[in-house]
Ligand binder design. Structure first.
Ligand SMILES: [Zn+2]
Length: 244
């Protein structure tokens, strides 16, 4: 019963927050009518990487010699102590799915403008293990993918790849351990739908690249190499690219 009651409470508070005047999640200022989600001033000052405009960027270079990734980009820098970082952290908590979707929409629009989504046939969000998805109630990467789909018209496929292992937190691990930790955690269940297509794999934050690489590898193997892969994440830390 308490689960139902909580769900009802959440629904009421979510509905109320949609009706009340919206505030910018970055600076906290009340939004003007024509402003969507993040205010104009914050959009202007957003710490964008601009990687999607430059195919030869530090994130794309991380895959050289490891995996045949066509394009790789992140939208914004994951800066410690910044409100943008807080915003991305909220993706994993209550109501965070809406923020994830809106940010995805914005990123999708920027990529469209730069031609960075040309030729992409399908968007695949990095799946969560079903147990984690159940506990959280949603997969934030699915909402980022939905946002990119809204801006681009490209279809999202949430069912062809599954996460078969719920890997423990990566935070306390060394770089090598992180790579071992995610090996073989994804399984492609419908390779026929992915074969010969250009797939954009979407995730929230690029840290070591281990998880998204493992996902890409599973798809490439399942399609016996007959697939093209690009990668888009909403954020990347400078540290992640620096120590490469
Ligand atoms: Zn703002």
């Amino acid at each position: 019963m308490s689960i139902l009651l909580n769900a009802l409470k959440r629904l009421v508070s979510d509905t109320l927050s949609l009706l009340l005047p919206a505030h910018c999640p970055v600076c906290g200022e009340q939004l003007l009518e024509q402003e969507k989600f993040v205010c104009t001033a914050c959009r202007y000052r957003a710490p964008m990487t601009n990687f999607w405009r430059e195919p030869d960027n530090p994130m794309a270079r991380k895959f050289w010699g490891l995996l045949p990734i066509e394009r790789a980009s992140a939208f914004i820098w994951f800066i410690e102590e910044s409100r943008w970082r807080d915003l991305i952290h909220t993706f994993k908590y209550r109501k965070g799915w809406l923020a994830a979707q809106r940010m995805g929409e914005w990123y999708g629009a920027e990529m469209m403008r730069a031609g960075a989504l040309e030729g992409i046939d399908l968007i695949i969000p990095v799946p969560l293990h079903w147990r984690k998805r159940l506990a959280r109630g949603y997969n934030q990467s699915e909402y980022i993918a939905d946002g990119i789909a809204r801006s681009s018209g490209v279809a999202v496929d949430k069912h062809s790849v599954r996460r078969t292992r719920n890997n423990p937190s990566q935070a306390q691990r060394s770089r090598n351990e992180r790579w071992d930790n995610v090996e073989g955690i994804f399984k492609v269940v419908r390779a026929d739908r992915l074969r010969a297509r250009h797939i954009l794999i979407v995730d929230d934050v690029f840290t070591t690249g281990a998880t998204i690489s493992s996902c890409a590898e599973a798809i490439i193997e399942a399609c016996e190499g007959d697939v093209r892969i690009s990668i888009a994440t909403l954020a990347v830390s400078k540290r992640a690219l620096g120590d490469f």
